[in-house]
Write a protein that binds this ligand. Structure first.
Ligand SMILES: O=C(O)COP(=O)(O)O
Ligand SMILES: [Mg+2]
Length: 229
């Protein structure tokens, strides 16, 4: 499906983009920070392949997964608040140093953003990444020039898969569900879009817990954002 189809040919529209795993391959920097945090706590580093699959539900969940050593940490394991608080503080400190260092923009992203801008679209980021890391990463990768708004993981009291961050960005940019599209890489993105009644494109190359995005219920699934042009 083309973007024009998703927008019902009603231009200009609003396009909302997830950040990690959709626009930017940030997993190497996140993994470096997670591993430094684990080593600091006397734990074994997790490595890039594991950490990549733990990204997408915000930093607190990433740190919980890292402390548990697996994706499906049990709420019962979330009792040790002192350890968790230490781990969060160390992770924030380390990620602040690594953020943007090895991150690279995925192929097809710049072409897609340029095309949408040319059509008069208004563009926003809607990410679960903590607010303080969003602007530095956008600047570092040169993506900041395309976006007039960024909603981060703590802009609102709730994160994706709650629909509120998408609706907030959509309303700020004057969109309606019929003239807005969400583009993301994970179940959190697709479920937020479904709950907001906003059409959704999912990318296959991102961080969807190692699973397939084809069965999440997105309106279109692509291997590159260039496919949408
Ligand atoms: O920090 C995260 O969990 C990643 O955020 P995003 O995939 O929503 O951009
Ligand atoms: Mg993502």
């Amino acid at each position: 499906m083309s973007l024009a189809g998703l927008f019902n040919n009603r231009w200009p529209g609003v396009a909302l983009f997830d950040l990690d795993g959709t626009l930017v391959d940030s997993a190497p920097d996140l993994a470096a920070a997670v591993d430094q945090m684990l080593e600091h706590l006397g734990r074994t580093p997790a490595g890039l392949d594991k950490v990549r699959n733990w990204v997408g539900n915000g930093s607190a969940v990433l740190v919980r997964r890292a402390l548990a050593g697996r994706i499906d940490w049990e709420p019962a394991e979330a009792k040790d608040d002192a350890l968790f608080n230490d781990a969060m503080a160390i992770f924030y400190h380390c990620y602040g140093q690594h953020n943007g260092r090895h991150a690279r923009v995925f192929d097809g992203v710049e072409e897609c953003l340029e095309h949408l801008k040319g059509l008069g679209c208004r563009l926003a980021i809607v990410t679960n990444k903590p607010d303080q890391f969003v602007a530095p990463l956008l600047e570092q990768t040169g993506l900041d020039k395309w976006f007039e708004l960024a909603v981060g993981g703590d802009t609102l009291p709730v994160k994706k898969p709650d629909p509120a961050p998408l609706l907030h960005a959509m309303e700020k940019l004057g969109g309606t569900p019929g003239t807005t599209v969400m583009v993301g890489d994970s179940a959190a993105d697709v479920n937020a879009a479904l709950a907001a009644s906003i059409p959704c494109v999912a990318v296959r190359y991102g961080y969807n817990f190692g699973g397939s995005v084809d069965s999440l219920g997105a309106d279109a699934v692509v291997d590159s954002l260039a496919e949408l042009l």
